[in-house]
Design a protein. Structure first.
Length: 270
């Protein structure tokens, strides 16, 4: 049976995503590049300023604190640790190293994209005119202000939004099989809610609080969706692993259509 399993995994195929095909990925990438070019050529600044000014004029104390608390849903470090903890817990219950792979790959992917893009585009946040470095309002909008200290020019794209999309996608991926190990089922609508609601809340609150320009949040949305689609394509159950992990390579996603016997891990925690 082990040989049959290995043969199936040797011909690993990418998992399906919706919408199917690479055209959606290309569309997201094109939109992100187009948005960046528009901002680099001093377009859309009026829209960003109008949204930021409206938020400043409609931010009572209660709404501010509600938005600030809800924005915690997009904190990258806690989400990373939570995803890692769920991955380890599921790995122990299934005696498989595979549940640890999504958090690791997601961390590497976000680390190599979000941060470098922020540093490269070097855009201040809307609040940079009222606190350090106290820029003139008109200078808070352009990209590529590399003369500023790095800590004051990392607004584009929004890391909160991009991280929320990626990490809640990973959490949803892990929660489904984790609940199955205790005889529970996660309804598809709840899976969708986990993946969609927190990123939308983060997008709205991070813009409303003036921590990012609207176009920063839109860029984070485009980048996050692109990274999420890449992660959802990974055949986690079929990735080749070193031979010494032969006893810890049980599948965990329960993808439909898989036929070998190891696709029944959810009834055993040992």
């Amino acid at each position: 049976m082990r040989e049959t399993t290995t043969a199936v995994r040797g011909g690993a195929r990418l998992r399906p995503v919706r919408p199917a095909g690479w055209w959606c990925d290309l569309l997201l990438l094109t939109a992100l590049v187009g948005l960046t070019v528009a901002l680099a050529t001093d377009h859309l600044f009026g829209l960003d300023r109008a949204v930021a000014d409206w938020a400043d004029a409609h931010r009572p104390t209660t709404a501010y604190w509600v938005a600030r608390v809800l924005n915690l849903l997009g904190q990258g470090s806690p989400l990373t640790l939570l995803a890692a903890a769920l991955g380890v817990l599921l790995a122990v219950r299934l005696r498989s190293v595979r549940p640890v792979l999504p958090p690791v790959v997601a961390f590497v992917l976000t680390y190599l994209t979000i941060g470098p893009l922020k540093v490269w585009t070097a855009r201040p946040a809307p609040s940079a005119s009222i606190k350090e470095p106290f820029l003139p309002p008109e200078r808070t909008l352009p990209l590529f202000q590399h003369d500023l200290p790095v800590g004051y020019a990392q607004s584009y794209p929004s890391g909160h939004v991009a991280n929320a999309i990626v990490w809640y996608g990973v959490l949803a991926l892990l929660l489904v099989p984790l609940l199955r190990t205790v005889g529970r089922r996660m309804p598809p609508r709840l899976v969708t809610a986990v993946r969609v609601v927190p990123p939308l809340v983060v997008l709205c609150t991070t813009t409303y609080l003036g921590w990012h320009w609207l176009t920063d949040s839109v860029a984070g949305l485009l980048l996050g969706l692109l990274l999420d689609r890449l992660l959802r394509r990974v055949p986690w159950d079929d990735l080749p692993l070193p031979g010494r992990l032969r006893d810890w390579d049980r599948p965990f996603t329960g993808d439909p259509g898989r036929s070998h016997d190891e696709d029944r891990p959810f009834t055993s925690g040992t």
